[in-house]
Design a protein around this ligand. Structure first.
Ligand code: ZN
Length: 527
């Protein structure tokens, strides 16, 4: 039995005459049981006709006398069925919604969305596309975009039944009806569950989005532009001014009288249903973290491109990302790290923490062994960069790498040249200095990208190793953000004190290595 009550009858009949499908009629009669919508369209239609015909009251008789579409359609289909079926058998539900062509008449309200476009064949076609795209997922969120003229047709149907609804004291507005999108999801989610084997979940990171269009009725919206010009403003990234939101806004504003003047109260029957013009899958970003060592003095951390011209062949970012992109089949990536080293600075020790955001990955999980193999692939492909502790992390965890970066310490090893001849004893004073406070005016070399300021930085400890009369090695432990090169050569006096001023000579830095970045993230793995 169709889930309609006696007092739904006039509304159902009006909508039937209007050309609405059974599911749209259920929506407008505020049927809230999801199961009612999931029954096959043909069954619903047969029951609806039966329900409407069973009435012998005067209203009904008047209604049918005006335009009895149910009967009309049935008569046509009966003839057709008898012509086409050699055994002469006639089934009401086979042809009850047929037009002359034998196809299901397209609903004038939903333009087929709640007809074949929510049934299993359509879902199978969408799932075929999903399954052929290699995505890894354990649930899905389904998003759907309907052509904006559906709102216009919905409005027309609502105006039609509004009076009757008010008579029944049932409604305050058309928002109280079961929304098309809601009914659509009620029907389609269980079908997707069946086909994909995973449940719908509003929080899923895997999104299937379907965009429907119906060019045949695109003109339906036009009159709104002249009636409510203020609602339709051209937007940069929109192809048409007739967005769903703009149309809804205009429908809110337009008077009933104006609407009726422009939109036929019995709109023409659509020839064909909506088509899915775009079916897209996207997976939420995943994050891979690790620590890298850089063993080259000619390798920038990120691609070094000036005025469109590449200055260095590769970069840390590229040497790592190319393998991650392949393994996770992602569309693109964002690289971040705990600080960065200059192109001529090596990063040794346990390396520098980094994280890679991989956008729209097909693959989202990797077993520990696969991750280890991926790390090995990266390490085998270049002797300039090595990674360790490669692992999947959460978006939130990336924060650990960035937060409190300033408070962290870094240790360096620098090869120093002095103009003045030095003896090993000259260096003893450096080793005794603890918590040396520096005033660093923004270095000349970074002035183009950092504001001019004097920053106080701390060198926690220093340890020197004498090499010869003009060279020694200096190990420093400093606050993150300290410019070590400038501390050594003084940057024309912009860093005070500096190694030259401390030793009473001109000093320069020949080589610099990062020995450790003291950020205890990501967690060390036993590999
Ligand atoms: Zn419909």
């Amino acid at each position: 039995m169709i889930a309609l009550a006696e007092n739904d009858r006039p509304i159902a009949q009006m909508l039937m005459n209007f050309g609405a499908c059974p599911r749209c009629i259920l929506r407008f009669c505020r049927v809230g049981q999801q199961d009612s919508y999931r029954r096959p369209h043909k069954e619903l239609l047969a029951e609806l006709c039966e329900f409407l015909e069973s009435s012998k009251d005067e209203d009904q008789a008047r209604c049918e006398a005006a335009t009895p579409p149910c009967k009309r359609i049935k008569l046509e289909s009966t003839e057709e069925a008898e012509e086409q079926a050699p055994n002469g058998s006639h089934q009401l539900n086979d042809g009850a919604a047929s037009t002359e062509s034998g196809r299901t008449a397209v609903c004038t309200v939903c333009l087929g969305i709640l007809q074949e476009l929510c049934e299993v064949d359509f879902v199978k076609a969408v799932c075929h596309k999903i399954n052929s795209s290699e995505y890894q997922f354990s649930s899905f969120v389904f998003s759907v975009s309907f052509p904006p003229q559906l709102s216009v047709r919905e409005h027309a149907a609502w105006l039609l039944i509004q009076e009757e609804m008010e008579k029944q004291g049932l409604l305050e507005g058309k928002d109280d009806l079961v929304q098309l999108k809601e009914a659509y999801k009620w029907i389609i989610h269980p079908l997707f569950l069946e086909q994909l084997g995973v449940p719908a979940d509003g929080k899923s990171l895997f999104e299937v989005s379907v965009v429907f269009a119906h060019p045949e009725t695109d003109e339906d919206c036009r009159f709104l532009a002249s009636a409510c010009p203020g609602c339709f403003k051209p937007a940069k990234n929109k192809q048409s001014v007739f967005t769903r939101m703009a149309v809804i806004k205009a429908l809110d504003m337009i008077s009933e009288e104006d609407f009726r003047k422009h939109f036929p109260c019995s709109p023409s029957l659509p020839k064909s249903p909506c088509t899915a013009v775009d079916v897209q899958c996207t997976n939420g970003a995943i994050f891979v973290a690790g620590r890298y060592n850089k063993y080259s003095r000619t390798l920038p951390q990120t691609p070094w491109i000036i005025d469109g011209e590449r200055k260095m062949e590769s970069s840390v970012e590229e040497l790592i990302s190319q393998h991650l992109m392949t393994a996770f089949k992602a569309d693109s990536f964002n690289f971040s790290s705990s600080g960065r080293e200059d192109v001529d600075v090596r990063t040794l020790g346990t390396g520098r923490p980094f994280a890679m955001e991989l956008l729209n990955p097909r693959k989202v999980r990797l077993a520990a062994a696969e991750m280890k193999a991926l790390q090995q692939t990266i390490n085998n492909s270049s002797d300039k960069v090595q990674v360790r502790d490669l692992q999947l992390v959460t978006r939130d965890a990336i924060g650990h790498m960035k937060e409190g970066e300033e408070g962290k310490t870094k240790t360096y090893s620098a090869l120093i040249w002095t103009e003045k001849v030095i003896q090993s004893e000259d260096l003893a004073s450096l080793d005794n200095m603890k918590e040396l406070k520096l005033d660093q005016k923004t270095p000349l070399r970074v002035l183009h990208r950092r504001p001019l300021a004097v920053r106080v930085r701390i060198i926690h400890t220093m340890r020197s190793a004498y090499i010869d009369e003009h060279h020694f090695r200096l190990h420093l432990k400093s606050q993150a953000g300290t410019y070590i090169k400038e501390f050594v050569h003084g940057d024309f006096g912009r860093t005070q004190p500096n190694l030259g001023s401390l030793l009473g000579t001109t000093a320069d830095i020949l080589e610099l290595d990062v020995e450790s970045v003291d950020v205890d993230w990501p967690p060390a793995l036993n590999n």
